[in-house]
Design a protein around this ligand. Structure first.
Ligand code: ADP
Length: 211
């Protein structure tokens, strides 16, 4: 968030003289308390200042960067998820390629007939399978997919920053969002989170649209 020059001056006054009342700040700026009210509300909401009743405003000591970092560290997966696109483990590589094109996604999740997550298919997994001589209709995806338990997953209430770390660490494009079923013995896929979702978060942060 960019501060106006008046807001910056207010922060400086509070930094030097806090705790200080709104009335006293107004006096220092030769303005009325009412004129300052919106600025003080913004600065308090944005986390630059804290207000204590009957004491006044004081500086929180946090830089803009620190506040941004705090904001990012509180965002959870469910705020930026996409819907999952799945194929059955009995589907052929040909079917999976068609699904990837039609659904316009880069990663497919493979499920069994109980919709349990069993595998992941990336673009390059499908490209690699296409390099062989075998007919793509005759190769089941279960042969070429990355399979459980080697799949990195996340849950809806995980932090986005944890997902971003996993994507970088494992050098992959996305994670399935899962819920545990049957006492954690299997996962069902409820969503998808990819580098694209994280790019959307970056854009929202730059536009100051993250609450
Ligand atoms: P691409 O292979 O198209 O560059 P990725 O980097 O996402 O796409 O995938 C790299 C490899 O990691 C692929 O073999 C893929 O099956 C596997 N993979 C993708 N996502 C996951 C995941 N969430 N957990 C484990 N392996 C994954």
């Amino acid at each position: 968030m960019e501060l106006t020059s008046r807001q910056e001056i207010i922060v400086e006054i509070v930094k030097e003289s806090g705790p200080i009342t709104g009335e006293q700040i107004a006096e220092r700026l030769s303005l009325t308390r009412a004129t300052l009210r919106p600025d003080l509300a913004i600065l308090t909401m944005a986390g630059y200042l804290d207000a204590r009743p009957r004491v006044g405003y004081f500086y929180t000591g946090k830089s803009g960067n620190q506040m941004l970092a705090e904001k990012v560290k509180n965002i959870t997966v469910n705020e930026y998820q996409s819907r999952p696109v799945v194929v059955q483990e009995s589907a052929s590589v040909y079917d999976a390629i068609c699904t990837m094109f039609l659904e316009d996604v880069g990663t497919l999740f493979v499920v069994d007939k109980h919709i349990t997550l069993v595998g992941v298919l990336s673009r390059k997994d499908l490209l690699r399978a296409s390099l062989g001589k075998q007919a793509l209709e005759s190769i089941p995806v279960s042969i070429i997919m990355t399979r459980m338990p080697n799949i990195t997953v996340c849950k809806q209430d995980d932090l986005i920053i944890e997902v971003a770390n996993k994507l970088i660490d494992k050098q992959i494009d996305g994670l399935p969002i899962v819920v545990e079923v049957d006492y954690g013995s299997r996962f069902e896929v409820v969503g998808r989170i990819t580098k694209t979702n994280i790019t959307a978060l970056l854009v929202d942060l730059a536009n100051d649209e993250v609450i």
